[in-house]
Ligand binder design. Structure first.
Ligand SMILES: Cc1cc2nc3c(=O)[nH]c(=O)nc-3n(C[C@H](O)[C@H](O)[C@H](O)COP(=O)(O)OP(=O)(O)OC[C@H]3O[C@@H](n4cnc5c(N)ncnc54)[C@H](O)[C@@H]3O)c2cc1C
Length: 334
């Protein structure tokens, strides 16, 4: 028996990632139960009532509506003990990613995160994940049970069956006044959040945006406006070269919305987007290696001899990125 662990959202629904994890769990072809944690779980359970689960179990209550280690871990532990599964799958949300290793430890099991594939081979589950900054992909299994897996998004199409009546069984769990009280969330406004993994386009900024331009002037303020306008209009995700984020990290007044989190490359991230547009960047190997999962690559650089021209980009525009992006923003704004 397998178990899929889910948590309902604030409005009582299940997220797309939860439905993808459900589809990946069903695809294993093994019997499974569903465990749902949340403030309201009934409508979430009913929404997937026809998914073929043997049982629906819930841990419900206001204290389970919030992301908190103590309550999330206790709820997951109670559900796993109630089912006694070999394999536990969960969507890789921040809530489950945070508690699964600790829950596995309590149960004498093992946990693995960032799972990007799950299949049955010779009657045993096999997981896939990347290692060493996504340079090596491994397919592996474990003999320890229970085996808890946090599944990444996009590995299965979201389950889209009919709703029904789940007749979920409540697992009672009393949590004696947890020490941590969640008083709210502090998050940057949506338009300040520049890293958007779901965006179609990766927009990369290079150090050229902060260099002296043909008129001998540095135009950082203009660069900031052009970049932020483009991000707002295109909803793309912002990546950067190391040179540019390092300048910011040294306290040089460059582009204040960039941090090392935006850095793409060998010592940065390896994002996955359908398309990428690089601007004011030289396209050196330590940077472009971070583009290996980007589908279509374009670059705008003044240097006709830059790395992008040497086979790194599908299309290189040898042009002034200030002028090009100004025009692009006007067109997008229409
Ligand atoms: C071990 C190691 C690891 C590294 N890891 C990374 C990494 O993870 N990520 C990373 O990015 N780098 C990494 N680097 C650094 C990398 O080698 C390059 O130094 C860096 O990517 C260069 O950044 P850049 O292209 O923005 O800057 P520059 O090399 O300074 O290039 C700026 C470019 O902007 C162009 N330009 C200027 N003005 C304009 C304009 N108006 N319009 C159009 N183009 C313009 C210029 O022609 C130039 O080509 C690493 C280096 C080492 C040694």
């Amino acid at each position: 028996m397998n178990l899929i662990l889910l948590h309902s959202e604030a409005d009582g629904t299940l997220s797309k990632l939860s439905l993808e994890t459900l589809a990946a769990t069903i695809a294993l072809g093994a019997p499974f139960s569903v465990g749902i944690v949340g403030e309201n779980t009934a409508s979430a359970a009913d929404s997937i009532a026809t998914c073929g689960a043997g049982k629906f179990l819930t841990v419900t209550g206001p204290e389970f509506g919030q992301a908190r280690y103590a309550t999330d871990a206790a709820a997951a532990e109670a559900l796993i003990r109630a089912v006694g599964p070999d394999l536990v799958t969960a969507p890789a949300t921040s809530r489950w990613n945070r508690v699964l290793p600790g829950v596995a430890h309590r149960l004498g099991g093992k946990a693995d995160s960032h799972v990007t594939g799950l299949v049955m081979a010779d009657g045993k589950p096999q997981a896939t994940r990347w290692f060493y900054r996504q340079r090596m992909e491994a397919v592996f299994s474990r003999s320890t049970r229970p085996w808890l897996l946090a599944l990444e998004g996009g590995i299965a199409a979201a389950w889209a069956g009919a709703a029904g009546t789940a007749n979920a069984e409540a697992v009672s769990l009393t949590v004696s006044s947890p020490r941590t009280s969640v008083i709210g969330f502090e998050a940057p406004a949506a338009d300040q959040q520049t890293i958007r993994p779901d965006a179609d386009l990766l927009f990369v900024t290079g150090a050229g945006w902060t260099k002296k331009q043909s008129d001998g002037q540095v135009k950082t303020a203009e660069a900031e406006t052009l970049i932020l306008d483009f991000l707002r209009l295109s909803r793309s995700s912002l990546g950067s070269t190391k040179s540019l984020v390092d300048l910011g990290g040294e306290g040089v007044a460059v582009l204040p919305f960039l941090s090392h989190m935006n850095q793409v490359g060998q010592t940065g991230s390896t994002p996955r987007h359908a398309k990428g547009l690089s601007t004011c960047c030289h396209g050196e190997e330590p940077h472009t290696v971070g583009w290996r999962f980007i589908g279509e690559r374009r670059a705008i650089s003044l240097d006709a001899n830059c790395g992008w021209a040497r086979g790194k980009a599908d299309i290189l525009y040898v042009a002034d990125a200030f002028a090009v992006m100004e025009k692009v923003n006007v067109l997008l704004g229409r």
